[in-house]
Design a protein around this ligand. Sequence first.
Ligand SMILES: [Zn+2]
Length: 335
Amino acid sequence: MSDTPVAKRPRMDEVQPAQDQAMDSQPEYQRGDIWFEDGNVVLIAQDTTFRVHRGVLSNKSDVFSGMFSVPQPENMEMLDGCPAVHLSDSKDNLTHMLLALYNGDRYFDLTVPLPFHAVSAMLQLGSKYQIDELKRAAVHRLQRHIPSHLEDFVGPYRTLPSRGDPLISDFVDEHAIAVIDLAWRHELHALLPPAFYACAQLRSKALAEGFTDPAGVHWKLSRKDLWRCLEGQRSLRTQLMFRMQFLWDKEVSPTCAQSSWCKERLVLERGRTVTIQLSATVYRALEDSGWIETLQLCKPCTDHFVWMHDGIRQDSWRRLARMFQMKDIVTWPVE
Ligand SMILES: [Zn+2]
């Protein structure tokens, strides 16, 4: 909570002038948001310090437990009478991890949306420090927005989840680029095909140049992932043609109740689809069949075309990993 610089205490080995000199050249530390007067270890990330408890960290993380079980060297840097541990994490990521461990309600309550950078921190540090519950909560939030099951794609693809409330407050389509990066780094392979599908809906500028998120982090597709995305777009376009094929076939359903009416409706929709809908939905192979219900066909025709459409949609889903050139990397579809 405070930005007050923390006066550095001399190391225990003050008698060694060379080391003291090295310390003098370091910047002043800022006190981080988490500071317990009864804490017994000070974590340092960038220039920020956090006074916390070894027991709390060890209880949640085998990595911290191992770190603290190693005997402390005699010349260990001390701050406020506590041993100081330098971590390579960003101070923002560490703040989120410690807030989650000490005051976790907000982080683990899946009715409370969190900003993307908090979820990203939970995933990154949950993986690094082997805090499984933190990692699991982050993955759950990501999957709400990038679903790994077809039944969770309802309607056209949107940034808001089609089922349930948003769990990431500032999630936008471009975050799919960040999800791909995180999924590769943390081996969350089930997120990759749907994240590439979401990415394929983006404008080419975002695909080529990347995206700076609200926390100022720049995310960009690797060259190989850009290639995967472009290959996927070609396949999605083909799938879309199959999905809408019935509009071009001259056949109504075998059990059509109003043949001339339905044929007329199909011709009308064909024109509307080509001029309006197709360009906007060209990569949306997973759009559900809700739009067919709006065509005002007779019931047998509606049922028939929904059945055909859903078959092609499910085929697109099964082929998603293949479309994005990762069938040998990802087990897909997930159970
Ligand atoms: Zn009909």
